[in-house]
Design a binder for this molecule. Structure first.
Ligand SMILES: [Fe+2]
Ligand SMILES: [Fe+2]
Length: 357
């Protein structure tokens, strides 16, 4: 539909740096407040988790095997132009998200003295740097390598208070797990659809993301005031923002989903269901994804995004008017979705969940 056509490395770098509503951002936060974070309420679970990071069970995972490049060379000529454009844009957007985590976690590790926070952030930055590097290698196969140093220097930073970082990052780690594992399982059932070898790395890869999510779950559960009262409205807000962004983006990649043999609506419902199930470990509420108005609203957002995109392409006063109508419809729809009834649950005694999907 509207995947950017990435022909040169300059295009890929430009795409990674671009700031737009649906594109991954880079974040900064209040480091002094991060430094004051206290996880002592869950000390034993926290230390056990840091041991897992220390053990580093994926230290040898992010290396290509011998057949990797050959497989890419054999498969790439079979891709349609649409699939090629969407897949390369998917790599750039995934790289930007992975590197966004790397930059934020690294910066926090550097700027705090709190030993618990510092250690965790170092481990997570280590993992995200591997993930970003691995994706970048696949972009380099097409001459589209992103200069990560330059991206770090030039991409705009969005400021989030620590609690917003916790809600947003917890969710993006867990939804990242749910997305990767769902693609991996679909291709496991249909290996003939595996049109690029990178997907074979997704299973062990997403276990890293799962563990990152676990870390934020422990932080939030050790500070229960972040999950109570008015903060529930923030949790609702971030749930909706993360779910809606994913839904709209996935519906802009029809060729990619078709190649996986996945219908974007079914795929996203599955990802919502997994994320809802996992997030019961920490959030006292979840969005009612089975409410008839929920999916209808998501589809209206897709239509609104298409209208905005068409208006932008058209330009001039008519294009502006089309964009304004799209934005108004998106705003109204988001507000209605935000006010839909939510499901409520009691938080379980044991915080940790296993990646069992
Ligand atoms: Fe990652
Ligand atoms: Fe992660």
């Amino acid at each position: 539909m509207n995947a950017p056509t990435l022909v040169t490395a300059a295009d890929a770098n430009e795409e990674a740096r671009a700031d737009a509503l649906l594109k991954p951002r880079f974040y900064t936060t209040d480091f002094a407040a991060m430094d004051r974070l206290d996880v002592s309420a869950l000390r034993a679970q926290w230390d056990a988790m840091l041991e897992e990071y220390e053990g580093d069970n994926n230290h040898d995972h992010f290396r290509r095997d011998e057949g990797f490049a050959e497989e890419v060379a054999a498969l790439a000529p079979t891709w349609s132009p649409e699939l090629r454009a969407e897949f390369l844009a998917f790599l750039v957007s995934s790289l930007t998200s992975e590197f966004s985590g790397c930059v934020l976690y690294n910066e926090i590790a550097k700027r705090v003295d709190n030993p618990d926070v510092k250690r965790l952030m170092r481990y997570m930055a280590r993992d995200e740097s591997r993930h970003a590097g691995f994706l970048n290698q696949s972009l380099k196969d097409f001459g589209l390598g992103v200069d990560l140093g330059e991206l770090k220097r030039n991409k705009a930073l969005t400021f989030f208070k620590p609690k917003y970082i916790f809600y947003a990052t917890y969710l993006s780690e867990k939804i990242g797990y749910a997305r990767y594992i769902t693609i991996f399982r679909a291709l496991e059932r249909h290996p003939e659809r595996c049109f690029h070898p990178i997907f074979k790395w997704f299973e062990r890869w997403c276990n890293d993301e799962f563990r990152h999510g676990e870390s934020f779950a422990l932080i939030l559960r050790a500070n229960p005031h972040l999950l109570e009262g008015g903060n529930r409205w923030w949790i609702r807000f971030f749930l909706l923002a993360v779910y809606a962004t994913m839904y709209v983006r996935d519906h802009q990649r029809p060729a990619l989903n078709a190649a996986f043999g996945l219908d974007p609506t079914d795929y996203d419902r599955r990802v919502f269901a997994i994320t809802n199930e996992i997030s019961k470990q920490v959030f006292p509420i979840s969005l009612d994804i089975d409410h008839p108005a929920f999916l209808a609203g998501m589809d209206r957002l897709v239509a609104a995004a298409a209208r905005i995109e068409a208006g932008r392409a058209r330009g001039g006063p008519l294009g502006w008017w089309q964009q304004a109508r799209g934005a108004l419809s998106a705003g109204g729809t988001l507000l209605r979705l935000y006010l839909l009834p939510v499901r409520r649950h009691d938080l379980p005694e044991a915080v940790r969940v296993a990646p069992a999907w």
